[in-house]
Design a protein around this ligand. Sequence first.
Ligand SMILES: Nc1nc2c(ncn2[C@@H]2O[C@H](COP(=O)(O)O)[C@@H](O)[C@H]2O)c(=O)[nH]1
Ligand SMILES: [Zn+2]
Length: 791
Amino acid sequence: MKYTPKRSFPSAPRLCASTGNENDSGTITSQLGVDVLAVEKRVERLEESIRSEEPDCPAALKELRSEVLRFQEILETTEHLSWLGLYKDLQLVCPGQSRRPFWNRAHYRRKSDEEKQKIFQKFMNISQVEICEEVRMYLRMPTFDNWQWEDEEILLLLQQMFVDLDFLTKFNIEIPVLQKFLYEIYKNYNEVPFHNFKHCFCVTQMMYGIAWCVDLPSRIGDLETLILMTSCICHDLDHPGFNNIYQINAKTELALRYNDISPLENHHCSVAFRILEDSSCNIFRNFNPEDYKKIREGMIRCILATDMARHNEILSQFREIIPCFDYDNKAHTNLLTMVLIKVADISNEARPMDVAEPWLDCLLQEFFTQSDMEKLEGLPVTPFMDPERITKPSSQCSFIGFVLLPLFEALGEFLPELEDLIVKPVREALEYYRKLNEEASRERRKRSVASSSEQQAETPDTPRVSIGDTSFASREKLVRLGSRGSFLSPRSGTVTEEEEQVTQESEEESDEGADQETEVAVCEKALKFKITPNTYGPRPNQLLRKSLPDLPGRSSVTFLMDEGTDTQEDRPAKGPASILQRLKEKFGRLPSASDASDVSPVEPTLRPAVTKKTRTMSLSHGMMYQVAPSIKDIQAQRLRLRAIVKETNSTSPLMGEKRKTSVSIPSTPSKIQEIVSPVSLSQPTSPILTEGRTPRSEHEQEEVLIKPEEDHSDHLHLHLHHDRLDNSRKGKAHRGFLGLTERLSRSRERKRGHSDSSSSPTASSSSTLNPSTSFLKKWTFRSWSRPRVKK
Ligand SMILES: Nc1nc2c(ncn2[C@@H]2O[C@H](COP(=O)(O)O)[C@@H](O)[C@H]2O)c(=O)[nH]1
Ligand SMILES: [Zn+2]
C-alpha cells in the first residue's frame, strides 16, 4: 500500500549551495573527504521514498503515524465517551476487524462465514427429523417461546410450517429448495439486537398461529397465505439495526437509493427477490409467470406495509372497510393482508411476559444504539429511542396504547377468534405497564419531594431529566433493571392532536408515558411526504376522505379536498350549496360511510397544508364534510353568505333567544333532500339557510344552519369561522390549538379541584389562534382523537 502524506514535506535544506561548478564540488569533496553532493542526493532520494513508499518508511515514523491514527480513531468512535464516564461498548466491530471511522463503517455485524456454515451443517443434520405432534401444535400458539430454540432448530420449525400448511404439495415446492431458501434467509439477517433472524421467526410464527386460528387459507386462499408467510420471513432482511429515520437523516446509501421512501422496507424486499433470483433457492420456481407475478406483487405490498410511517394510513383504511368487508374484493383482501403482517410484526406484547420482555430489552438496546449514534453524528435524536426521554413502561404505554392495541382491536373486531388469542393479552400488557408507570411516578414524586432541596444544592445545573435521587442515564442499566427498575421520566416530546385525548386520559391515570410522541407520529414526520398508491379503488379527483372514530351519538366521515394540488378548474365553486353540489359531482352523489373503499384516506398529521385551508360543514346527525378551498375562497364564501343573510333578515325560533336570519338556499327542496339524504333527514321541506347569531367577539364562530322548516330536530350545520383576526395573531397559531401542554396541565388542575372556571378553556379560548386553523384544530381534536383505550 502506498503511503501518501496529506501534507508535503518541505525540501530538505542543502548542506551547501551549489555553484554549479564541478570543480567547486570537487574542491569541497577533497577538503571534507566526503562527496557532499552525493550525500545530498541520497538524502533527497530517501525523503522521496518516505513520502511515497510506506514499506520503506522508517520505523519511528511508522510508529508515530499509527499513534496518530489510533488517536484519531478513538476520537471518531464512541469510546471517547468513556472519558466522560459514559462509555458503552456498541459492539459494532468484530474482534480483530479493523476499525474505521463511524461515518463509513457498517454499524452492525454480519454473520461470519464459519458461523453460517456451522448452522447450515446443523440444520442439514436435523432436517430429516420428524417433529413431534406436541411441538407442532405448540408452534401454532402465540405462547410459543422462541428463546428455547437454536437457529438451526428455528430453520427446521420454519420448514415444518410450510409442510403443515401443505405448501409443498400445493405449490410444488421441493424440500431442498425450501431448505436452501431458508438458509439464505438466515444468512441475510444481521447480528443486531432486535431485527435479527429470531425476530423474523417470531413474526412468521405469529402469522402461522393466526393462520391456524382463523383458517386463513379458507378466507383469502392458499396463494395469499403463502405470500403472507413468505413476506413475514423476508420482511426485515439485512436490517442494519438503524431505522428509516436514521437512514433518512444520515443520508445513508439506502435512503439515497430509495429517495427516502421506506428505504429499509424497500431494501428488505429487494434482498428477498435477489435471494429468489437464484433458482436453487427459489421456492417459487415452479410457478407459472402469472402466479409468480402475483407472488411478487403481494410480497412487495406486504413488506412495504411494515413501514410504521404507514401505520395510520393502513389502519384507518382497514377500519373503514370493516363494516362492508368483501372477501371477493381484491382491494379489501389486500388491505387485510397488510394489516395481518403488521399485526404479526409488532406482536411481541401479545406473547407471555417472559417471552415479550426480553424482546423489549433487545429493542431498547437497538433504539439506544441508534440514539447514541445520532448524538455522535449530530443528527436529530429520535425521541422514542432516547434513554433520556423514555423508560420501559413509558415506551410500552405509548406504543401499546396508541399504536399496537388500536391495530389489534381493529383486527379483533374483524376476526373475533383473535380476541382471546392476541387482543386480550395485549390489553393485559398495557395494564401491566400502566401500573408500572403509576408506581414509577408515585415513587418519583415521593423521592423528589423528599430530596429536591438537597438535590438543588448539590446540582446547580439541573439535568434535563429529573429523576429524583435515582439519577442515571445508562441505557444498559435501564435495560438490565427491567421494567420495575426504570425510573427515568419522560420530560419532553409533543403529542399529536390525534393522540391528545387518549394522552390526556393516560396522563390523568398514570402521569407518565403519555407525553411521548409515538413512533408512528415521528416516522410520519420524518417521511415528510407520502406517496400512496391508489390501491383501493377509484379516487375522486382530489377528494380525499378520513374516517372518524365513533363518537357518541354520531357516526362521521370527513372529506378533505386538497386545494394545494387542485387545478384551477377543479376548484370548488363558491358558496356552501355549491360545495355540497361539488361534493355530489365528485361522487355522483354525496358520499356515505359505505363509500369507504372508493376513496383513499389522508392522514391529518401529514397534511398540514390541507388542514390550514379547510372548511367544515357538519351534518349534525350523520355526516361531516370538509372541503378545503383557499383562504381567499373561504373569505369570499363568508361574505357571500352574509350578503344573502342580510338580504332576508328574518329570524328563526330554533335558537331561542339567539337572533337568526333565514334565507332560502339556492336549490330546490328535492335537491336538498337528495343532498342530505345520507343524514337521514326526515322528510325535509322548504329547506332554509339560517345564520346563527352574530359572533359576540371577533374570535367566535358563525354558525349557519340549513334545516328543514318543519322538522327542527335534524339540520345541517355549516360552521364558518369568524375570520377577523389580524396578522399579528397569525404567528400564535403555530403554537397549536390552545397549546397542548397548557390544556393538559389545566385538565390536571381541574382534576385536582384547583380549576379556575374563568380560566378554563372553552371553544372561544381559541382566540389566540389563526382563524384559518383554529376551528380545524378544535375539530381535529374532537374528531380525530381515538376513543379511550378500553381497560
Ligand atoms: N416501543 C415499542 N416498539 C415496538 C414494539 N414492537 C415493535 N415496535 C416497533 O415497531 C417496529 C416494527 O417494525 P419492524 O418491521 O422494524 O420490525 C419496530 O421497529 C419497533 O420500532 C414494542 O413492543 N415496543
Ligand atoms: Zn419486523
